[in-house]
Design a protein around this ligand. Structure first.
Ligand code: GAP
Length: 489
């Protein structure tokens, strides 16, 4: 951009505690996210995406889909059903192992994750400089976590350490019990256990069970990948932080099938590619992204890293990269009785492929993008709120603003809007002062505003105003579409 006048825009420091509150309010007011079924009091951890939210979510999914499928000749996509034969979940280990250890407070009737209570207690001991105590509890906790049934040990730690509920200070604890996160429902007319099916807790299993279908129909050779975007459901007890932890959410997952022995190399390559995607394709600030190596692994993984984002409420996971070994295919082979082997036509080798999984949460990413974009600054002496979205994900790509509501000016503006609307989501706004209209667009992150003014009638040019800098320049009206095409790539 040329002629940038940085003196017009001054940044303003934001308090992280207030940012979430302001974001939730902006998201509802401007049509990004509403509480679900709000007129009935809502439903905990369920949300609806509004007109701008659904548009932006679509951009995120399209960018992911393009980067994972179109840009890789050996990755194809599928869209599997949410409900599957219930044996899938026995084979995958979710019926037996997809559990959280929960503990209830008998007085307040509130439920907590026992492992979280202990982990927070250890952190507090460390913060208080009680390193020896922290080490003692942490060693016992780690041993307990590795045991087959850690419930009794978790309970003993909570009682011995006199751990209290963080919100109420109460500690009238029940025993620790495992709570399965899968939602169960009934298929057919009768609510009998024979008709019980699960809402999938991850999209991955739809890919594993279709391994041979996809391989054969798409003539894929190992290494190859299958990508999928879809809803997943988890009966999360600990909720909160807006759309960070939901019971119904969308995952963007890819399973990459490799020859045993080559999984480490593949894992490293996917780690790099996925981390860079956030920065290069979505414009996320690199300094807000972090790696986290898992010590405590899910039942299917032998190596796992998370990509975490620095949310205002803490550094939290947005994507997991997992080395799933041959666990899932082997399990499905055993439970279905169907071979999951791959035969290498060139060498005649037979093996069950290993899998490297990239698993991103679309809603968490959406929240990360909202948090990353939220900006308060002062422009020409006036405070403003701006969503500094990358133009690629901004829901509204451009606004067309005629200075006058009627006459030749508005006709020219409407013509420009119609032309742009063929390719982009464009808003037309002729209400209020031009300054107010700019602020409205800044608040939803519209990267470019085109103003049709008196001069436009003479020179067939419009003023383009850049969101971030408020810089303005003249551009021929016939070049606006081309201009946007270049800027939005
Ligand atoms: N197939 C592997 C798997 O599901 P995961 O780490 O449990 O791995 C992957 O989940 C991603 O799904 C997470 O990084 C997160 O972004 C998203 N996710 C998981 N649980 C979620 C929830 N309750 N609400 C919103 N997103 C969630």
């Amino acid at each position: 951009m040329s002629n940038l006048d940085t003196t017009r825009v001054q940044s303003v420091a934001q308090s992280p505690e207030k940012v979430m509150h302001k974001l939730v309010s902006l998201a509802k007011r401007r049509g990004f996210i509403y509480p679900s079924s709000e007129i009935y009091g809502g439903l905990s951890s369920c949300f609806d995406y509004g007109p701008l939210g659904s548009e932006m979510k679509k951009h995120i999914k399209d960018l992911w889909w393009t980067s994972m499928t179109r840009k890789h000749q050996n990755i194809v996509g599928i869209d599997a059903s949410i409900m599957m034969n219930p044996t899938v979940w026995e084979a995958s280990g979710h019926v037996a192992s997809f559990n959280d250890p929960m503990i209830d407070d008998k007085t307040t009737k509130r439920r907590y994750r026992a492992d979280h209570l202990i982990e927070n207690h250890i952190e507090k001991l460390r913060r208080d400089g009680k390193e020896e105590d922290a080490h003692r509890v942490s060693t016992y906790y780690e041993r307990a976590s590795e045991a087959g049934n850690p419930n009794k040990a978790f309970y003993d730690i909570i009682i011995a350490e006199e751990i209290k509920a963080p919100d109420t200070g109460s500690s009238d604890w029940t025993e620790v019990r495992q709570f399965n996160l899968m939602f169960q429902c009934n298929m057919g007319a009768l609510a009998e256990s024979s008709g019980a099916v699960y809402l999938r807790p991850e999209t991955a299993q739809g890919i594993f069970v279709n391994f041979h279908n996809v391989r054969e129909s798409s003539r894929m050779k190992v290494p190859f990948g299958i990508a999928q975007i879809g809803k997943a459901f988890r009966n999360e007890i600990v909720k909160g932080n807006f759309i960070f932890r939901m019971v119904e959410f969308e995952q963007m997952e890819m399973q990459y099938f490799v020859k045993p022995g080559s999984q480490e190399e593949s894992f490293e390559a996917w780690r790099d590619e996925r981390f860079n995607w956030y920065i290069e394709s979505l414009g996320v600030s690199g300094e807000k992204l972090h790696w986290y190596k898992h010590d405590k692994l899910a039942h299917y993984a032998d190596l796992a890293y998370d990509i975490k984002f620095a949310f205002p409420f803490g550094i939290e996971e947005i994507e997991g990269i997992h080395s799933r070994t041959d666990f899932d295919l082997k399990q499905h082979q055993e439970y279905s009785g169907k071979s999951m082997e791959y035969i290498d036509q060139a060498t005649n080798e037979r093996y069950i492929p290993y899998v490297v999984e990239t698993s991103a949460g679309c809603d968490r990413l959406f929240l990360a993008l909202l948090c990353d974009a939220y900006t308060e600054d002062v422009i020409d002496g006036e405070p403003r709120v701006m969503m500094r979205f990358s133009p690629k994900i901004a829901p509204v790509k451009a606004a067309v603003l005629p200075l006058m509501k009627k006459g030749e000016m508005s006709e020219k503006a409407a013509k420009l809007r119609d032309e742009l609307a063929e390719d982009f989501l464009v808003q037309y706004d002729d209400a209020g002062s031009i300054g107010k209209r700019y602020r409205r667009q800044d608040e939803v992150g519209t990267p470019f505003c085109f103003t049709v003014d008196h001069e436009s009638l003479e020179d067939s040019a419009v003023t383009v105003r850049y969101r971030d800098t408020a810089e303005q320049e003249r551009i021929d009206i016939s070049k606006v579409k081309e201009f946007l095409g270049v800027k939005l790539v």
